[in-house]
Design a protein around this ligand. Structure first.
Ligand code: PMP
Length: 303
C-alpha cells in the first residue's frame, strides 16, 4: 500500500504514520466496526471527484447502526470529513480509494460494545486494478456466504470479512483469481468483495437483494445497463445458469466492472470479455470519470 499524507481521525488530520490505536481496541478483537470503500477519480477537467459519496456514507451509517451504539459524527459531518481527507492528500493522490471506518475503540472488553468509545477514521490511498486482470477465473467456494439469519446481511461489518478472506484464499490456492460464494440455498450470492451479473440472450441478470451486500456499483450498473437499453432482472440465480451464461462480470468499487472468463472448469461464452460487458464497463468508466453529463449527479467534486 502506498502511503499518503494524512489520515482523518476523530476530527483531526493526522500524519499517516502517527495514526494509531491501542492493541485492546474492541473492533480489533471482535470485528465490531463498519467500514466503506469508495473511489475518487480525476475527471476530464482535472478536478477529482468522489463517486457516490452520499450512498456510501448512508450505507456506512446504516451498517454501524446494527450495534446500537452511537456514531460520534453525523452523516453530513462524515461526508465533509471524507472530502477534507481527499483534499488533504490530493497532491500525492489525485485518484484513489477512500476507506472510512467507524469502530469501537479502546476502553472495554467483552462482547457488549455499549460502553465502548466509538471512533472514526478515514484514509485514502492509490489502488489500481483490484482483481489484477481484464477478466478473471472464478472458483465456486466451499464456503457459503454468511447466512442471513447469522448476521444482518446487507451491512458492511468488519468481522464479516473473515468469510470473504477464507473464500479468496481457497480460490487462489487452487489457481483461480477470485471466489464465488453461494448462499445457504445454493443460489449465487456474490464474490468476496464484488456483486455478480450475468448476461443471457441479451438480458442482464443479477442476484436479488436479501443475501448480498447491496453494492453501490451494482446499483449504478443496473441504472447504466437500463439506460443503454438492456433489460435488467434481479432474481435468484443458480450456478447452472451462470455456467450457461453468454457473459458474466463482477462489479464493485475496487473491482469496478471486471469480466468473468471462467467459472470452475467452464468457460463463460468464448472465455473473453463479452460485448455487453464491454459496453457496460465503458459506460461505467465514463460515469465515474465525469464523461457523461447524465451521471454527474453521482459525483462530488473536490477541487
Ligand atoms: N459484496 C461485498 C461482500 C463487498 O465487500 C463489496 C465491496 N464493498 C461489494 C459486494 C460491492 O459493493 P460496492 O459496489 O458498493 O463497492
Amino acid at each position: 500500500m502506498q502511503e499518503t499524507k494524512f489520515i482523518w481521525f476523530n476530527g483531526k488530520l493526522i500524519p499517516w504514520r502517527e495514526c494509531k490505536v491501542h492493541i485492546l481496541t474492541h473492533t480489533m478483537h471482535y470485528g465490531s466496526g463498519a467500514f466503506e470503500g469508495m473511489r475518487f477519480y480525476q475527471t476530464a477537467d482535472g478536478r477529482s471527484a468522489i463517486f457516490r459519496l452520499r450512498e456510501h456514507v448512508s450505507r456506512l451509517m446504516k451498517s454501524f447502526s446494527i450495534f446500537g451504539t452511537k456514531a460520534p459524527y453525523s452523516h453530513e459531518e462524515i461526508e465533509k470529513a471524507i472530502v477534507d481527507t481527499v483534499k488533504a492528500n490530493i497532491s500525492v493522490c489525485p485518484e484513489g480509494y477512500v476507506r472510512p471506518i467507524i469502530f469501537h475503540d479502546y476502553g472495554v472488553m467483552g462482547l457488549n460494545p455499549e460502553k465502548a468509545r466509538v471512533s472514526v477514521a478515514i484514509a485514502v490511498w492509490q489502488w489500481g486494478a483490484y482483481l489484477g486482470h481484464d477478466s478473471v477465473k472464478v472458483k465456486t467456494s466451499s464456503y457459503i456466504r454468511l447466512h442471513p439469519k447469522s448476521v444482518v446481511a446487507d451491512a458492511k461489518i468488519c468481522g464479516y470479512y473473515v468469510n470473504s478472506i477464507l473464500a479468496s484464499l481457497e480460490a487462489k490456492e487452487q489457481g483461480f483469481d477470485e471466489a464465488l460464494l453461494l448462499d445457504y440455498k445454493k443460489n449465487i450470492a456474490e464474490g468476496p468483495g464484488e456483486n455478480l451479473f450475468l448476461v443471457k440472450k441479451g438480458k442482464v441478470f443479477t442476484p436479488e437483494l436479501g443475501n448480498i451486500l447491496p453494492g453501490v456499483t451494482r446499483n449504478s450498473v443496473i441504472e447504466i445497463a437500463r439506460d443503454l437499453g438492456y433489460k435488467v432482472i434481479e432474481k435468484k440465480l443458480s450456478l447452472g445458469k451462470l455456467k450457461r451464461a453468454d457473459e458474466a462480470f463482477f462489479t464493485g468499487t475496487a473491482a469496478e466492472v471486471t469480466a468473468i472468463s471462467q467459472v470452475d472448469d467452464k468457460l463463460i461464452g468464448n472465455g473473453k470479455q463479452g460485448m455487453i460487458t464491454e459496453k457496460i464497463k465503458q459506460a461505467y468508466l465514463d460515469a465515474v470519470k465525469g464523461r457523461n453529463e447524465k451521471y454527474i449527479k453521482w459525483l462530488t467534486f473536490v477541487r
